[in-house]
Write a protein that binds this ligand. Structure first.
Ligand code: ACM
Length: 636
């Protein structure tokens, strides 16, 4: 650095400290909220060349390389050094392990002279780096500003996770996502300290993992007909429509993904969903079905195959494996052998959800199986199946996990339960002494609509950000240590591309991340939503899509005396101005401002609303016909 640069830098530093004097209490905004954070006066301003020093430990050195390449991608000249006195960034293992922060905790100290991350192991250092990155400009902005202009606030952070299981589930079966798209998913999840990627690898619409001993699973089972529109109600495919939509991961692809995830301290948990949701497997190997017509079945392309209108769903085609067929268990043994060899993670998730029973009820072999084994219901038949699958999983040295339906006919002895139909399955399983991962749909189903159904791609349920933020994984009156943690689930029936994956993930997965990492006492909606807004600008800079639904107007309707329709407007982020029209024209800030519930004028046909902040439009305009608002009253 020459003298001029030195003077320039000192000037910058003085300027930074002066700025802080006026804003002494500004707290760095980090998601998930750290356990402890003390803000000190001043900033650290990196020099034109950043030197990283790390402990001599393979895994820590990898985190140093990760940081180096991240900073380099942000345009900062960065080098790894063996000389601690030269370094501005220090990544070091504690000499004496600090048991209070566990295996994933870290401390991050930023002083005027440098950055110091300490942890008990490399995972903690990696999370310290993730917190640090949120104190830097987003990559997309940083590249346009030299590192000497980054001002990193002086802080002392001590941080560790509340739960060891901080997951996201990605359904790559309903729509296939490429290896690079899965990598992008991993890149984004680690920013917020998620550590488990649950891949839903098989379903009616596709089998996504090469099983070498069962090649038809992917030569046939990975392909269907491309359809767009409202999945679930597509026209049945016709013979002239090509079955070339889909794809799968070869075992080499999956090994690459597992390594990519492991390098980022993420475990991949495979899910093979049986005995329901198995049409892709059955289309590949029809002998797996109890139903002779299975010989004609094809991988589903989003046409209707189950009637969900009754309390007990009824399959229109038999998408279940036959529990009374030895070939099914031989098939599962082959699959699980290869899956267990491929994935280092301790659990294999074997599905078990939404297994329709109407074909089993009619089948002589299943009835005979029930009789011979004294099984009194089809739920007990499923439980019989699950216990056999559990034994196969255990025989390969893995642990068995399933959706909460596996409780219904009696839970397999060692099973861990993933609770999705609310918290009840998780509670029941924990009361029986089983391990539980909480993924209750009413809080963490990230495929649900996050804004008003009027503008969101239609899904059968809604879940707003503030509801996700209310997720509390540990129910009263259960042994907390049995709750391993939780996860957000992203089903992809209605998700056709990666941009929409991001739109559905963010910001709700931020709420999941904070719930799973931060202490309960550190959760605060007002603080969180401030951080979410800051994160939006980071996402913008980094071309990551997110849903702006928190800014959009929402509509609540009721009928008041005189049979007039009353409409209450609101937004999730408070303090916005809402402007509206009933005259069909497009409202802006010169239109009537919403101050009290609206009564639709007698002949109005349309209500249009848009939100503003500080005189600028911020939400999306929502256009409702009065008829749709009236239908809303009926819950449509
Ligand atoms: C599920 O949502 N069917 C687990």
């Amino acid at each position: 650095m020459n003298t001029f640069q030195r003077i320039f830098l000192v000037g910058l530093l003085l300027h930074a400290c002066g700025a802080l004097a006026q804003n002494k209490y500004s707290r760095p905004l980090i998601i998930p909220e750290p356990v402890d954070m003390v803000v000190r006066e001043g900033y650290f301003t990196p020099p034109d060349k950043i030197f990283i020093y790390s402990s001599r430990d393979n895994a820590v050195e990898k985190t140093a390389s990760f940081l180096k390449s991240t900073l380099s991608n942000m345009g900062a000249e960065t080098q790894i050094t063996r000389n601690p006195s030269l370094a501005n960034v220090h990544l070091q293992l504690f000499h004496q392990p600090d048991s209070s922060i566990g295996s994933e905790g870290y401390t991050l100290r930023i002083t005027h002279s440098g950055i110091y991350i300490h942890a008990n192991n490399a995972t903690g250092i990696f999370y310290g780096i993730q917190s640090l990155l949120q104190l830097l400009p987003p990559a997309g902005e940083a590249v346009r500003a030299p590192s000497q202009s980054w001002s990193i606030p002086c802080v002392e952070i001590r941080d560790f996770p509340r739960f060891a299981w901080r997951g996201l589930m990605f359904d790559v079966a309903r729509h296939f996502f490429t290896k690079n798209e899965v990598k992008r998913f991993i890149d984004e999840m680690v920013l917020f300290k998620f550590n488990i990627l649950h891949l839903h690898l098989t379903d009616d619409e596709g089998w996504r993992l090469e099983i070498k001993s069962l090649p038809k699973l992917t030569s046939i089972g990975a392909w269907n007909v491309k359809k767009e529109g409202y999945f679930g109600y597509f026209s049945p495919p016709t013979p002239d429509e090509p079955r070339n939509y889909g794809g799968f991961y070869t075992q080499d692809d999956m090994r690459e993904l597992i390594k990519y995830a492991a390098d980022r301290h993420v475990n991949i948990m495979p899910e093979i969903d049986v005995p329901g949701h198995s049409l892709a497997a059955i289309a590949s190997y029809p002998d797996l079905s109890c139903t002779p017509e299975a010989a004609k079945y094809q991988v589903r392309s989003g046409e209707r195959i189950i009637d969900w209108s009754k309390s007990k769903p009824r399959a229109l085609v038999d998408n279940t494996l036959c529990p009374a067929n030895d070939k099914v268990y031989e098939f599962l043994d082959k699959v699980i052998t290869e899956v267990a060899d491929l994935f280092p993670f301790e659990y294999i998730h074997m599905g078990g959800d939404e297994c329709t029973k109407n074909f089993w009820e009619q089948n002589e072999a299943v009835k005979a199986l029930a009789k011979a084994n004294n099984l009194r219901s089809m739920d007990e038949v499923q439980a019989f199946f699950e216990k056999k699958v559990e034994q196969i999983v255990l025989s390969k040295g893995k642990k068995f996990m399933g959706w909460d339906e596996i409780l219904e006919g009696g839970l397999a002895p060692s099973a861990a339960v993933m609770s999705w139909r609310g918290m009840k399955g998780g509670k029941d399983a924990a009361r029986l002494g089983h391990h539980v991962v909480m993924a209750p749909s009413q809080f963490v189903y990230l495929d649900y609509m996050q804004g008003d159904p009027q503008i969101e791609p239609r899904v059968y349920a809604s879940l707003r950000l503030n509801k996700t933020y209310q997720f509390e994984p540990v129910p009263d009156s259960v042994e907390a240590s049995l709750i391993k943690g939780g996860q957000g689930n992203l089903w992809t029936e209605q998700i056709y591309n990666m941009r929409h994956v991001e739109y559905m993930l963010w910001p709700r997965a931020l709420a999941v991340a904070e719930t799973l990492w931060s202490p309960k006492y550190n959760k605060n909606w007002n603080n969180f939503i401030t951080k979410v807004e800051r994160q939006f600008s980071r996402f913008d800079a980094d071309n990551i899509k997110y849903a702006p639904s928190v800014y959009d107007p929402s509509f609540n309707t009721s009928v008041i005396p005189g049979r007039r329709l009353q409409i209450v407007l609101d937004t999730e982020i408070k303090g916005l101005d809402l402007f509206y029209s009933f005259d069909n024209s497009f409202p802006d800030k010169f239109y009537p401002k919403y101050t009290q519930p609206l009564i639709a004028p007698k002949d109005a046909t349309m209500l249009r609303v848009i939100s503003y902040r500080d005189g600028k439009p911020i939400g999306r305009m929502i256009n409702y016909s009065i008829k749709d608002l009236q239908d809303k009253l009926k819950g449509n």
